[in-house]
Design a protein around this ligand. Structure first.
Ligand SMILES: [Cu+2]
Length: 129
């Protein structure tokens, strides 16, 4: 039965290739897996932007997943107006890194904000309902 092992490995490698090609047009596959129970997924993208101008999430405990597809460090917080809400602070350093945490939010309007100096344009609307 020993000869079956390389075949299994080949099939596994082929399925990995198939999976990674589903990610879209990105030339390099990410080193992270977005958790299935994430309630808010944010990616930092080149150059110094979030991947969307508006996000939505369901009120309550929200698992926030931050991934870095950009090449510089980012620190995500949730703000309401210009005030940070809760104690969520997610840090990603270089490309391919990720962080996750949970924040409890009531329905309302918030923003997904990066506190790194010079990154104030990383300020996207978050609607919680
Ligand atoms: Cu940033």
């Amino acid at each position: 039965m020993r000869f079956l092992r390389p075949i299994t490995a080949t099939v596994f490698a082929a399925s990995l290739l198939t999976l990674s090609s589903c990610g879209g047009s990105s030339s390099s596959s990410p080193d992270y897996t977005i958790p299935a129970d994430a309630g808010l997924v944010v990616k930092a993208v080149p150059s110094i932007r979030w991947d969307a101008n508006e996000y939505t999430a369901a009120a309550g405990d929200i698992k926030v997943f931050l991934a870095n597809d950009d090449s510089v460090k980012h620190i995500l917080v949730i703000r309401q107006g210009d005030k940070v809400v809760g104690d969520l602070e997610l840090t990603v350093t270089k490309r391919g890194t990720f962080d996750e945490g949970t924040i409890n939010l009531e329905a309302g309007e918030y923003s997904v904000y990066c506190i790194i100096p010079g990154h104030s344009n990383m300020n996207s609307k978050l609607t919680v309902s």
